[in-house]
Design a protein around this ligand. Structure first.
Ligand SMILES: NC(=O)c1ccc[n+]([C@@H]2O[C@H](COP(=O)([O-])OP(=O)(O)OC[C@H]3O[C@@H](n4cnc5c(N)ncnc54)[C@H](O)[C@@H]3O)[C@@H](O)[C@H]2O)c1
Length: 246
């Protein structure tokens, strides 16, 4: 068990990659805090984790709401005394080409995908500094390295969270905290549900492995990065794309 007793917050943990990460962390012995805007789905995931013998707690938290984040962090510190890992996974898409993108589409994606990561990390960083240890993991994307048609807002947010980890690696490394980003290619989760089947097929054709990733294949990378096996990995943006960009 590579994460035994590690108190780990997973934002957007009720669906897709976040849910798979919660399950993987639980299998590796972590104490998992699942938070999401969707409380029913949070409760379902937490019940499943507990039924498998894991220690898990759930919170309704919107990553744009600093008071909700502070309440969750306070409750975790009271119950467990520490925060070891933060997986900043919550994210949305609101796609449109630049010429058609509205200010609302731009602001919502930046607010959740970029500022949400800042909000959650700010809420735990003092605790990690006091502990002299911690791991911060950000959900970026292949789009955060290469950009993508129709994703001005999303690309900016995903480039931004790579900028965060490179900065935090420099600022916090000497305090025992590591910060890294994961850049998946296309992963079979509900976030892709707005995409036409034809577009999904075309994406799969571009991948040398001729398929999308399963959420568990991204969760495995988060678990490894959170563990001591990745003890010298800091400020990295790790592409997990099946070779999509080659
Ligand atoms: N699926 C992919 O192909 C893919 C590729 C690269 C990166 N990513 C990134 O991985 C992360 C997870 O994506 P996914 O595919 O599992 O998506 P998903 O839609 O299945 O899950 C996202 C979760 O985030 C939650 N969420 C949305 N807004 C929130 C908010 N304001 N506060 C808290 N929770 C909120 C949703 O309720 C949902 O449970 C995202 O950051 C996404 O950008 C996904």
């Amino acid at each position: 068990m590579r994460l035994k007793g590690k108190v780990s917050i997973i934002t957007g943990g009720a669906s897709g990659i976040g849910k798979a990460t919660a399950e993987k962390f639980a299998k590796e012995g972590a104490i998992v805090a699942v938070c999401d805007i969707n409380l029913d789905a949070v409760n379902t995931v937490v019940e499943e984790l507990k039924a498998s013998g894991a220690e898990a707690v759930g919170y309704k938290v919107d990553v744009t709401d600093k008071a909700q984040i502070a309440d969750m962090v306070g409750a975790l510190k009271t119950q467990f005394g520490r925060i070891d890992v933060l997986v900043n996974n919550a994210g949305i898409v609101m796609d449109a080409q630049l010429i058609k993108m509205t200010e609302d589409q731009f602001d919502k994606v930046i607010d959740i995908n970029l500022k949400g990561v800042y909000n959650c990390t700010k809420a735990v960083v003092d605790t990690m500094i006091e502990q002299g240890a911690g791991v911060i993991l950000n959900a970026s994307s292949v789009v955060g390295v290469y950009g993508n048609f129709g994703q001005t807002n999303y690309a900016a947010s995903k480039f931004g969270v790579i900028g965060f980890v490179k900065t935090w690696a420099k600022e916090l490394g000497k305090k025992g905290i590591r910060a890294n980003a994961v850049c998946p290619g296309f992963v079979a989760t509900p976030i892709l549900k707005s995409m036409p089947e034809k577009v999904i097929q075309a994406m799969e054709d571009k991948v040398p492995m001729k398929r999308m990733a399963q959420p568990e294949e991204i969760a495995n990378v988060y678990a490894w990065l959170a563990s001591d096996e990745a003890s010298y990995i800091n400020g990295a943006a790790i592409e997990v794309t099946g070779g999509l960009t080659l």
